[in-house]
Design a protein around this ligand. Structure first.
Ligand SMILES: [Zn+2]
Ligand SMILES: [Zn+2]
Length: 338
C-alpha cells in the first residue's frame, strides 16, 4: 500500500469577522443505564491527578501545625483513612464532579476525525494527535480494539497535523482544525466543563489492580458548546460528532478511560449526548434547514429541535456522502469480543 499524506486544506475563516451562525448548544451527557431503556449499564471514569494531591497538601499543612501528640495522632488517623481510600478520584472542580471541557471536545473531535474516510481529493481532516495510523496492531496489543473499530479511516497515514504558528493569515488548515482550532489558530467552537447534576459514584477495585472512583450508570452531566462563524453543515458536523442522528438524543458512543475494555466486571464509557436547547445569538444569521427557520436571538427545544437535528445531519450526509462513515462504535466493540 502506497503511503499517502493528502489532507484537504484551505485558508481558515477570517477570525476578525462575524459571519454565519453564532450561538450556543445546551447539552446533557448521560451514562447509559438499563433503567432508562439503554442496552447496557455503563460506568464512566474520567481522571484528574489533582484532587489527591490537594488532600495530601492539606494534611501535610495540618501535620506541620500539630503541636501536641493528640493533634498529630488525629492527622495520622485522617491520613491513613485517605490512604485506604486511595481510589483514583473522578475529575472534579469547585463545582463538583465534572467531565472537563477538554475531554468532551477531544471526544467529539476525534470521533469526527475517525469518521472521515479518504475522499476524492484526500482526507477532510488531519489527526490532531498524529499517530496510530498505518500499521494495524495485533489482537491484544495496545490500541488494537481502537484500530479495528476505526480501521477504514486508520488504514492510511495523514501526516503532520495542521499548524498555524507562523500566523493564520498564511496557513492552510483542514475542515476540523478550522472548527476546533490547532496550534496558532483559535477554534470556532468552545466547550464548557460538563458538570455533574445527578451523579453517583462507586469505588471500584478492578482485577487489573486499578482502583477507581467511577460514576454509575444513569448519571447526568450538563454543559454547553458555543459557536460562531459556522455554516449550517458545520453545525451539523458538530452534532454528528456527538453521535446525534435523527433526534435530540444521540446514539451510544464511547468516552473516557477503559472504554474499549469488555473483559472487566463493569462496562465503562458508554454514554449518550442529548441536545436540550439551541440558542442563536442576536448577531447570528438565521438558521434555515429543511423548512425550519430559527431567527437571530431565537432558539429551539423539544420536537422542533429534534427536527432541526435531523435536518442538519441530513445536510451533513448529502455534503460529505461516502467520505463520512457512520461507525457504531459500541456495536463494533461487542462484535470484536464475540
Ligand atoms: Zn484506542
Ligand atoms: Zn487539521
Amino acid at each position: 500500500m502506497q503511503p499517502s499524506l493528502s489532507v484537504v486544506r484551505r485558508k481558515p475563516k477570517d477570525r476578525s469577522r462575524l459571519e454565519g451562525l453564532a450561538g450556543r448548544l445546551q447539552l446533557a451527557l448521560r451514562t447509559c443505564s438499563r433503567g432508562v431503556g439503554d442496552e447496557v449499564d455503563s460506568y464512566l471514569y474520567v481522571g484528574s491527578g489533582f484532587l489527591r494531591l490537594a488532600i495530601e497538601e492539606r494534611l501535610l499543612a495540618k501535620a506541620r501545625q500539630a503541636r501536641v501528640r493528640r493533634e498529630l495522632e488525629a492527622v495520622v488517623a485522617e491520613l491513613s483513612k485517605a490512604i485506604s481510600l486511595d481510589h483514583q478520584p473522578f475529575s472534579a472542580t469547585a463545582r463538583g464532579l465534572v467531565v472537563p471541557a477538554s475531554s468532551v471536545k477531544g471526544n467529539v473531535r476525534s470521533r469526527l476525525e475517525l469518521s472521515f474516510a479518504r475522499g476524492r481529493e484526500g482526507f477532510r481532516s488531519c489527526f490532531i494527535r498524529a499517530s496510530g495510523a498505518g500499521r494495524p496492531p495485533a489482537r491484544g496489543q495496545q490500541g488494537w480494539r481502537h484500530y479495528r473499530i476505526w480501521e477504514e479511516s486508520l488504514r492510511e497515514e495523514r501526516g503532520s497535523p495542521c499548524d498555524c504558528t507562523g500566523g493564520w493569515e498564511e496557513c492552510e488548515v483542514c475542515l476540523l482544525c478550522d472548527l476546533f482550532g490547532t496550534a496558532g489558530l483559535q477554534g470556532l467552537v468552545s466547550f464548557s466543563d460538563f458538570v455533574g447534576e445527578r451523579v453517583e459514584t462507586e469505588r471500584l477495585n478492578l482485577p487489573t489492580g486499578e482502583k477507581l472512583e467511577a460514576v454509575k450508570p444513569g448519571s447526568v452531566f450538563k454543559g454547553s458548546v458555543t459557536f460562531r462563524s459556522l455554516e449550517p453543515v458545520e453545525l451539523g458536523l458538530l452534532l454528528y460528532g456527538m453521535g446525534l442522528r435523527d433526534s435530540r438524543v444521540g446514539k451510544p458512543v464511547l468516552l473516557g478511560k477503559l472504554k474499549y475494555r469488555r473483559d472487566l466486571p463493569h462496562v465503562f464509557g458508554v454514554v449518550r449526548y442529548e441536545l436540550q436547547k439551541l440558542e442563536l445569538a442576536p448577531f447570528s444569521q438565521p438558521l434555515k434547514v429543511d423548512g425550519l427557520e430559527i431567527p437571530p436571538g431565537g432558539g429551539a427545544e423539544g420536537e422542533v429541535l429534534g427536527r432541526l437535528v435531523a435536518g442538519l445531519v441530513k445536510l451533513v450526509r448529502t455534503t460529505y456522502g461516502g467520505e463520512l462513515l457512520d461507525v457504531d462504535e459500541v456495536g463494533a466493540l461487542e462484535h470484536l469480543e464475540a
